[in-house]
Structures are given as structure tokens and as C-alpha cells.
Design a protein around this ligand. Structure first.
Ligand code: MLT
Length: 198
């Protein structure tokens, strides 16, 4: 997968996952705000939807191609295994930072694999899949940043995601703004404060 890796000075690695139509450069300023010492692994989604990069296919807005989602989640998990060996970062210290479609693939990692992520900051996520048993995620922490007026990732999705993750023993903090789908400074600062306490 196309990506950038920047070596830091701590054993933490921020895994950056952009939104639909973005690329591996998008969330670099966010990583800088959250943790300037961490390693950074920023990945470009390998699905191309009419010229827009994504992490998995969809049938329509908010209607995911489950088969593709499962396959791409596996691919990303394997990619993390491979890159931790290649670059020498700690596979057990990966903190995902995902926005929108990137948050959804990070959520999918937690829905399908344990030991895939140490923690995740999910900005404007949806429930990646319904009707499955999640692996036990005891010890995993998740921050969800959601907008009460988000037309793309409705508020109920954030609530449901919180409940489903909690059913798998994830410790979840759900942070609301009254905004829409855009990423706000307010939620990034809340995520940073949360991250610093981990
Ligand atoms: C998705 O497709 O993952 C969500 O609808 C959010 C987005 O548009 O990226």
C-alpha cells in the first residue's frame, strides 16, 4: 500500500487513515497536533472510486461492500505486521487516527481482529458491519469524535458504534460537537487530551 513512514522518538506509532478522496498527506498536520514524538505511518487507501482514494468499496453513500471491506481490513492488518518488521516499530503500540472512511476501516480492524490496534481515534465514523460477534478487545481504548448534525455519519451510528465496541470490552469515549461532517479543532484537541492520558 502506498504510504509514508516517519520515524519518531517514542515507541508509539500513529496510523493515519484519510477520508474519501484524500491521501497519505492529509492527516499529517493532525499527527503533529496529537503527538510530535510518535512514529507516523500514513497510508493511502488502495480503492479508487471515480478518482477518489478509499480504503474499501461501497455500493452507495453509507452502503458498504462487505466482502471488499473484509478483504481490505485483512490486507491492512497484514500491512501493519509487515511494516512493523520492515521499519522496526512496535506492532503492539499502534494508535489509529482515522477520519470518515479512514475511521471506518480502523473500526473494521477492531471488529475483526484483536491485537490489531492498541487504541484508535475515530473521527466521524460509522458502524463498519452489523450482525457479527466482535473479538474481545479488553485493554483497547477508542475515542469517537462525532457531529450531532453530520449528514454522512449520522449521530445514531456513533452511538451504535460505541455500544458495539463496549460489548467487546473496549473503553470508549464519545465526544460530540454540534457540527456536521467536518473535522473540528475542538474534537482534535479533545482527542489529544484523551490520548495523552493513555
Ligand atoms: C464511507 O463510505 O466510509 C462513509 O460513507 C464515509 C465516507 O464517505 O467516506
Amino acid at each position: 500500500m502506498k504510504h509514508v513512514f516517519k520515524e519518531g522518538q517514542s515507541n508509539r506509532t500513529l496510523l493515519l487513515l484519510h477520508g474519501t478522496g484524500g491521501n497519505e498527506e492529509d492527516l499529517l498536520p493532525l499527527a503533529d497536533m496529537i503527538d510530535q514524538d510518535a512514529n507516523i505511518l500514513s497510508v493511502r487507501g488502495s480503492v479508487n472510486e471515480n478518482g477518489m482514494n478509499r480504503f474499501f468499496k461501497r455500493h452507495a453513500e453509507g452502503v458498504f461492500d462487505e466482502e471488499d471491506l473484509i478483504e481490505r481490513t485483512k490486507e491492512l492488518n497484514q500491512f501493519l505486521d509487515d511494516k512493523s518488521n520492515e521499519y522496526g516499530f512496535d506492532r503492539n503500540e499502534i494508535y489509529a487516527v482515522g477520519y470518515s472512511n479512514g475511521a471506518n476501516i480502523a473500526g473494521s480492524m477492531l471488529f475483526h481482529y484483536n491485537d490489531s490496534l492498541k487504541a484508535a481515534m475515530l473521527f466521524h465514523p460509522m458502524v463498519p458491519r452489523r450482525g457479527i460477534q466482535l473479538p474481545d478487545q479488553q485493554g483497547v481504548n477508542v475515542f469517537i469524535g462525532a457531529g450531532e448534525n453530520d449528514p454522512i455519519c449520522p449521530a445514531q451510528e456513533a452511538q451504535d458504534l460505541k455500544s458495539l465496541l463496549e460489548s467487546a470490552n473496549v473503553d470508549v469515549e464519545l465526544f460530540w460537537t454540534n457540527m456536521g461532517h467536518q473535522l473540528t479543532r475542538e474534537e482534535v484537541e479533545a482527542a489529544k487530551a484523551w490520548y495523552q492520558k493513555l
